[in-house]
Design a protein around this ligand. Structure first.
Ligand code: FES
Length: 234
């Protein structure tokens, strides 16, 4: 319990678990990709970074609120930093947005618009990987994965299955089922939780035609829709 100063305004907090929640309580819409209040904190994307009173930058989702903190959420340095993060994510991301099933509801796409990313200055050096169509309920496109880990945590923390995880490190890092198996070869129960938390088109609902509307007639989609709640703001 205490008070902090956010962008010059005094904001009281009680049991908020991190600085990000206090910022949101103040009505400030700070961008995030890897934070969800229902999942454990991962702190990977760094989009929620803010500055303290001395100009030190830190990820607000991973910091506990403390009485007397001074926080800046929208300085020129932060705007430049967030734009660079989105640019780097896009550089390693398949950019077929116009034909992507997630177009219009992709968080990365929305952030690129919001942060004014009009072109990507960096070359995409990521190796193209095969899509996984083996599951009756979802399609996994590793070329659209931004390594936020939301699907990994949703699968293990919400569903208690853990059929996907991180493999390799650094620029080689990937999300995949163990030993690069197909989804259908894992313990996946087709619940669709990974799709609910995926911010991009890396995991989408399996349809026969790729059309979301036609998918409404697909038995698998109806099953997933019943089990998985609608995507919510973290
Ligand atoms: Fe805080 Fe991703 S939302 S690091």
């Amino acid at each position: 319990m205490g008070t902090m100063t956010i962008d010059g305004r005094k904001i009281e907090f009680t049991d908020e678990k991190n600085v990000l929640s206090v910022i949101r309580k103040a009505g400030i819409n700070i961008p995030t990709l890897c934070y969800h209040s229902e999942l454990s904190t991962f702190g990977a994307c760094r989009l929620c970074t803010v500055e303290d009173g001395r100009g030190k930058m830190f990820a607000s989702c991973s910091e506990e609120p403390r009485d007397g903190m001074v926080i800046h959420t929208n300085t020129g340095k932060l705007r430049k930093y967030r734009k660079l993060i989105v640019e780097l994510l896009l550089a390693a991301h398949c950019r077929d947005c116009t034909t992507c099933v997630k177009s219009g509801e992709c968080v990365l796409q929305e952030l690129a618009h919001r942060l004014g990313v009009k072109q990507v200055r960096f070359e995409n050096t990521r190796e193209q990987r095969e899509l996984d169509f083996s599951s009756p309920s979802i399609v996994r496109d590793p070329n659209k994965c931004i390594l936020c880990g939301n699907c990994v945590r949703a699968c293990s923390e919400i569903q208690g299955i853990g059929c996907i995880g991180f493999a390799f490190r650094g620029t080689e890092a990937m999300v995949m089922p163990a030993f690069d198996k197909k989804i259908s070869e894992t313990d996946c129960v087709n619940c669709g939780q990974c799709r609910v938390y995926c911010p991009t088109g890396a995991i989408s609902i399996r349809t026969n035609t790729g059309s979301v509307w036609e998918a409404l007639n697909d038995e698998n989609v109806r099953v997933v829709a019943q089990i998985a709640p609608a995507v919510r703001v973290a």
